[in-house]
Design a protein. Structure first.
Length: 303
C-alpha cells in the first residue's frame, strides 16, 4: 500500500492533463500566449496560498537553480508543443511528444547511475506499439518532416529532461515550493519570449479566457501538483511511460466532445498501450514469455 498514494496521484494528474489537447484544438488563443497564461494564472493562484499558509520554504541556492531550470524546460515543452499542434495535426504532435518515455530511458541509461529495468524497455516497446495502433499505421506514411515535426520531437525531449531534473529537485524541495519556483521561472521566461515574438496579450473572447483559466487550474495546478508528488515517490521512467495513458483518455474525450471517431484499431491500440504501462509496474523482472502468464494470473484474481 505504500505506493498507492503516488499511483493515485499520478492517475489523477493524467486525467487532468488529458483535456489539454482538446482545449488546444479549439485554437481560441495563440500557442505561445496560451502557454504563458497557463503558467501565469497558475502561479498567481498558488503563490498567495503558500505565502498565507506559510508553506513556502526557500531551498538552497543549488536547488533553487534546479527548480528554475525545470521551469524553463517545462515552459519550452508546452510552448513548442502548442505551436506544433496548431501547425500540424493534433495526432502527429501528440504522438511525437509522447516519445518522451524513450528519451527518458535513453538519457537515464547513458547518464544516470540508476538504469531503467528490463520491465521498462519491454513496457515501452509494447506501449509505443499500442500508440502506433491508436493513431493508425497509415499515419506514419503521411508524416510531414517539417518545422512542426521538429518542434513536436523537441517537445518530447524537453519533457523527458524535465522529468529527470525534477526528480532530482524534488528529493530536496517539497512539492509546493518546487511548483512556485518553477512556475515563476516559466512565467518570466515565456513573458520574455512572447514580447520578443510580439504575441498579443489581450483581445481574446470570453470563451478564450475561460479556456486559459481551465488550462491553468486543471491542466497545470491540479495536474502537476499531483504528477510532481508522484515523481517524488516513483521512478521517472515509470512516470513518463504512465503519462502515455493521456492519449487514451484524450481519444475518449475527443469522441465525447468533438465527435471524433473511435475505431476498433484505436480500442485495441489503447488496450495494448495500457498493457505496456502495466508491465512497468510489475515488481518482478519479466521476460517476454511470462508477461502474458502474469497478466492471466492477475485477471483470474479479479474474477
Amino acid at each position: 500500500m505504500t505506493n498507492a498514494k503516488p499511483r493515485l496521484a499520478l492517475a489523477f494528474g493524467i486525467l487532468c492533463i488529458s483535456i489539454f489537447p482538446i482545449l488546444v484544438k479549439l485554437r481560441l488563443t495563440p500557442g505561445l500566449i496560451s502557454a504563458f497564461y497557463r503558467m501565469a494564472i497558475a502561479v498567481s493562484l498558488l503563490l498567495p496560498y503558500v505565502l498565507i499558509t506559510k508553506k513556502f520554504k526557500l531551498p538552497e541556492k543549488k536547488n533553487i537553480l534546479l527548480a528554475v531550470i525545470c521551469g524553463v524546460l517545462f515552459a519550452s515543452d508546452v510552448a513548442v508543443w502548442n505551436i506544433a499542434i496548431q501547425e500540424s495535426s493534433a495526432t502527429q504532435a501528440s504522438l511525437l511528444t509522447n516519445l518522451s518515455p524513450l528519451w527518458v530511458g535513453i538519457i537515464s541509461y547513458v547518464f544516470l547511475k540508476t538504469k531503467p529495468a528490463t520491465n521498462f524497455w519491454i513496457g515501452t516497446t509494447v506501449a509505443l506499439f499500442g500508440m502506433a495502433m491508436l493513431v493508425g499505421f497509415k499515419f506514419f506514411l503521411e508524416l510531414d518532416f517539417d518545422n512542426a515535426f521538429i518542434l513536436a520531437v523537441l517537445s518530447g525531449i524537453f519533457y523527458s529532461i524535465y522529468l529527470l531534473v525534477s526528480k532530482k529537485a524534488l528529493t530536496h524541495i517539497d512539492v509546493l515550493s518546487f511548483m512556485v519556483i518553477s512556475l515563476l521561472a516559466s512565467t518570466v521566461y515565456l513573458a520574455v519570449v512572447c514580447i520578443v515574438m510580439r504575441e498579443p496579450f489581450s483581445g481574446f473572447s470570453d470563451m478564450g479566457w475561460l479556456v486559459l483559466l481551465i488550462q491553468a487550474v486543471v491542466c497545470q495546478l491540479m495536474a502537476w501538483l499531483s504528477i510532481s508528488y508522484a515523481t517524488q515517490h516513483m521512478r521517472p521512467t515509470r512516470v513518463s511511460l504512465s503519462l502515455l495513458g493521456q492519449a487514451v483518455l484524450t481519444s475518449i474525450l475527443a469522441w465525447l466532445f468533438l465527435d471524433e471517431k473511435i475505431t476498433l484499431n484505436m480500442i485495441i491500440g489503447g488496450i495494448i498501450l495500457l498493457l505496456g504501462i502495466r508491465i512497468t509496474f510489475f515488481t518482478k523482472t519479466l521476460s517476454i514469455k511470462n508477461i502474458f502468464s502474469k497478466a492471466k494470473e492477475d485477471s483470474s484474481l479479479t474474477t
